[in-house]
Design a protein around this ligand. Structure first.
Ligand SMILES: NC(=O)C1=CN([C@@H]2O[C@H](COP(=O)(O)OP(=O)(O)OC[C@H]3O[C@@H](n4cnc5c(N)ncnc54)[C@H](OP(=O)(O)O)[C@@H]3O)[C@@H](O)[C@H]2O)C=CC1
Ligand SMILES: CC(=O)C(=O)O
Ligand SMILES: [Mg+2]
Length: 616
C-alpha cells in the first residue's frame, strides 16, 4: 500500500489545477488518497486525527501553513466569497485576492479576524431584540463559518443565550416567518422510501454526528413541527463551539411527520407538512427507514443524538436503537448526566453523600425520570445497595399529582419504577410537605410552578435547600433566580436550565448556575467520536458527570456555584471527552486502537479551531 502524506496529496492535486476553470474532482481523489494515509500519531498526540478525522486538512495545518480551500472543486472568485466554509470576507490577504480572482469583488481594505470579530460584536450589541441577534448570528454562520465560531467560542457566555436557550425557542416558534435559507436536511413523509437518496443530497460525506428531532416537544414550548429545526442547528453549533467537533462533520436533521399544532397548521408561513402527526406503525416504519439509511450511509460509528421528541416516542426509540446504533437521547441521558454532576458537586456545600438526600421532581417525563434513574444508579454504585432500594429516595410529581403505587395501572412504563407506597397527594406543595425533600428539581415544562409557598416550605426544613428549575426556555422556568433567593432568604443553592443574571439579596450577590445539558453533550459526543465508540453505555454518562463535577473549584463553591462557568467549556469538554473515551475503552466499546496515553491532550488535539487558514 502506497502511503502518502497530506501535503504531498495536496501538491499532487494542485499540480492538476488549470487557471480560470472549476477544477479537479477533488472529493473522489482525496477520499481514496486519504484512505491510504497512515493513522495520525496517536500516542504522540501532536497530530490531529484519530477520532475526528481531518479529511479536508482544515486542522492539521498549523495556523501559518497553507491549505487549499476545497469544496467539490477548488473554490475561487465569487464562489469562494459565497462559500461560508472558506469565506473570510475582508480578511482575505492581498496575495489571496490575487491568487483567487477576488480583485474588485472586495473593497481594498484588509482586516484581521480580530477586527472582524470586534466589529461584529459591536454590531450585534446594537440590537436590543434577542431574535434580531439570533438572526444576525445565523446570517453570519451562513456567510463566514469560521468567524461565527470564533465569536461563539470567544464570547460563549454572552452568545449562548442567543444561539441557544432561551432565544432559539422563540426562533423555532417564528421559524416560518424568519426563514431565509434552509439549514440541515428536512426529511418529510413525502420522502418515505427515498431517505437514503435524500441523505446523499447533503454535500458532506464524512458526517460524525447527527442531531435529529421530529419537533414534537421543543423545549417546554410543545409541538412546533418542522420548525423545530432551530434545535438541531443550535445543538450542533454547540458541538463545534463547545466540544470542538468540526462543523463539516455535523448534520442537523428534522423529520417532518406532520404536526398537531393547530396554530401552525393554519399559519400561512408554516414550512412543514400541513397534516396531523403520523403515529403508530407509520411513524415506526418511517423512523426505522431513517435509522437504517443513516447507518448504511455513514457507517457503524455515526453518532445519532435524539433531541426534543415527545416522551411517548423518545423512550421507545432509545430502547429500540441503543443496541444497534450509536444513539444518545440528550433530554433523557444528557440532562441526567449534567444534573448528577451538579448534585455531586453540591455535596461540597451541603455535606453528606447522595444517599443521605431525598429528591422530589416536578415533572415525570424524559428529563425527570432520566435524571432520577441516573441518580439511583450512582447511589447504588456508591453504596452497593440495589438500584430498586435507591429509587425509594426519589419521588416524582406529574400533572396528576405524586406518582404513587395506587396509580400503577394507569402509569406509562417509564414512571412505574417510581410508584412508591404513599397515600395519594395532589399538589406539589402537599408533596413537598409530605416528602420533605432536600432537593427539588423542576422538569415539568411549566413556568412559575415553584411558588412562594413551595420555596418557603423547602426553606423551612432545609438549611440550604437545593432548587433546580430546569425547564426551558426562561418563560417555562419553574421559578426565577430572584424568587429562589428571595423566598428562601438567601439560603437556596439554585441553578436553572436557561440562564439568569446574578441577583442581589440583602446586600449579597448570588450567581445562579445554569444546569443545562449543553455542559455534557458536546464533550460526551467528542469522547465517543474520538475513540470510535460503537455504543453508548450508562457508565459513560456517570463518567461524564464525574468529569464535570471535578471541574468545580473552591472559588466556584465560594460563589454558591455548583457548575463551572461556561467560559471554560472547551477545557471542561476535553475532560468529559477523555473520561467518556476512557470508559469506552474499559468497556471494550471503543474501536479506535491503540488507546492514546493522554486522553485529555488527545481530546484537545482533536478540537476544531476557528482561526482562518491561509490559502495558497
Ligand atoms: N435544563 C436542561 O438541560 C433540560 C431541560 N429540559 C426541560 O424540561 C422540561 C420537560 O422536558 P421533558 O421531561 O422532556 O418533557 P416531558 O413531556 O417528557 O415531561 C413533562 C412532565 O411534566 C409533567 N407536567 C406537565 N405539566 C405539569 C403540571 N402542571 N404539574 C405537574 N407536572 C406537570 C408531565 O406530566 P404528565 O406525565 O402527567 O403529562 C410530565 O411528566 C422542558 O421544559 C425542557 O425544556 C429538558 C431537557 C434538558
Ligand atoms: C436543553 C434541552 O435539551 C431542552 O430543554 O430540551
Ligand atoms: Mg432538548
Amino acid at each position: 500500500m502506497m502511503l502518502l502524506n497530506r501535503p504531498k496529496i495536496l501538491r499532487l492535486l494542485v499540480g492538476r489545477r488549470e487557471r480560470g476553470k472549476e477544477f479537479i474532482r477533488a472529493s473522489a481523489v482525496m477520499g481514496s488518497a486519504l484512505e491510504e494515509m497512515p493513522n495520525d500519531r496517536v500516542n504522540g498526540i501532536d497530530a490531529v486525527g484519530g477520532g475526528v478525522r481531518d479529511v479536508y486538512g482544515e486542522d492539521s495545518a498549523t495556523e501559518d501553513q497553507f491549505i487549499t480551500p476545497w469544496t467539490f472543486s477548488v473554490a475561487s472568485g465569487y464562489t469562494l466569497l459565497r462559500n461560508p466554509r472558506h469565506n473570510k470576507g475582508l480578511a482575505f490577504t492581498e496575495k489571496e485576492r490575487d491568487a483567487h480572482y477576488l480583485r474588485g469583488l472586495l473593497p481594498p481594505i484588509v482586516l484581521s479576524q480580530e477586527i472582524q470579530e470586534k466589529k461584529f460584536m459591536h454590531m450585534l450589541r446594537q440590537y436590543q431584540v434577542p431574535l434580531q441577534r439570533y438572526m444576525a448570528m445565523m446570517d453570519l454562520q451562513e456567510m463566514n463559518e469560521r468567524l461565527f465560531y470564533k465569536l461563539l467560542i470567544d464570547h460563549v457566555e454572552e452568545l449562548l443565550p442567543v444561539v441557544y436557550t432561551p432565544t432559539v425557542g422563540e426562533a423555532c416558534q417564528k421559524y416560518g416567518s424568519i426563514f431565509k435559507r434552509p439549514q440541515g436536511i428536512f426529511i418529510s413523509l413525502k420522502e418515505k422510501g427515498k431517505i437514503q437518496e435524500v441523505l446523499k443530497n447533503w454535500p458532506e460525506r464524512n458526517i460524525q454526528v447527527i442531531v435529529v428531532t421530529d419537533g414534537e416537544r421543543i423545549l417546554g414550548l410543545g409541538d412546533l413541527g418542522c420548525q423545530g429545526m432551530g434545535i438541531p442547528v443550535g445543538k450542533l453549533s454547540l458541538y463545534t463551539a463547545l466540544g470542538g467537533v468540526r462543523p463539516s462533520a455535523c448534520l442537523p436533521i428534522t423529520l417532518d411527520v406532520g404536526t398537531n399544532n393547530e396554530k401552525l397548521l393554519n399559519d400561512e408561513f408554516y414550512i412543514g407538512l400541513r397534516h396531523k402527526r403520523a403515529t403508530g406503525q407509520e411513524y415506526a416504519d418511517f423512523l426505522f427507514e431513517f435509522m437504517s439509511a443513516v447507518k448504511q450511509n455513514y457507517g457503524e460509528r455515526i453518532l445519532i443524538q435524539f433531541e426534543d421528541f415527545a416522551n411517548h416516542n423518545a423512550f421507545e426509540l432509545l430502547e429500540k436503537y441503543r443496541t444497534t446504533h450509536l444513539v444518545f437521547n440528550d433530554d433523557i441521558q444528557g440532562t441526567a448526566s449534567v444534573v448528577l454532576a451538579g448534585l455531586v458537586a453540591s455535596l461540597k456545600l451541603l455535606g453528606g453523600t447522595l444517599a443521605d438526600h431525598t429528591f422530589l421532581f416536578l415533572g415525570a417525563g424524559e428529563a425527570g425520570t432520566g435524571i432520577a434513574e441516573l441518580i439511583a444508579l450512582e447511589m447504588s454504585k456508591k453504596t452497593n445497595a440495589p438500584v430498586e432500594e435507591m429509587r425509594k429516595k426519589i419521588w416524582l410529581v406529574d400533572s396528576k399529582g405524586l406518582v404513587v403505587r395506587s396509580r400503577i395501572e394507569s402509569l406509562q412504563q417509564f414512571k412505574k419504577p417510581w410508584a412508591h407506597e404513599h397515600k395519594p397527594v395532589k399538589t406539589l406543595l402537599e408533596a413537598v410537605q409530605a416528602i420533605k425533600p432536600t432537593v427539588l428539581i423542576g422538569t415539568s415544562g411549566v413556568g412559575r410552578t415553584f411558588t412562594q409557598d413551595v420555596i418557603e416550605a423547602m426553606a423551612s426544613f432545609n438549611k440550604k435547600p437545593l432548587i433546580l428549575a430546569l425547564s426551558n426556555p426562561t418563560s417555562q422556568s419553574e421559578c426565577t433566580a430572584e424568587e429562589a433567593y428571595t423566598w428562601s432568604k438567601g439560603r437556596a443553592i439554585f441553578a436553572s436550565g436557561s440562564p439568569f443574571d446574578p441577583v442581589e439579596h440583602d446586600g449579597k450577590v448570588f450567581v445562579p448556575g445554569q444546569a443545562n445539558n449543553a455542559y455534557i453533550f458536546p464533550g460526551f459526543g467528542l469522547g465517543l467520536i474520538m475513540c470510535g465508540a460503537i455504543r453508548v453505555h450508562d457508565d459513560m454518562l456517570l463518567a461524564a458527570s464525574e468529569a464535570l463535577a471535578a471541574q468545580v473549584t473552591d472559588e466556584h463553591f465560594a460563589k454558591g456555584l455548583i457548575y463551572p462557568p461556561f467560559k471554560d467549556i472547551r477545557k471542561i469538554s476535553s475532560h468529559i471527552a477523555a473520561n467518556v473515551a476512557a470508559k469506552a475503552y474499559e468497556l471494550g466499546l471503543a474501536s479506535r486502537l491503540p488507546q492514546p496515553r493522554d486522553l485529555v491532550k488527545y481530546a484537545e488535539s482533536c478540537m476544531y479551531s476557528p482561526m482562518y487558514r491561509f490559502y495558497r
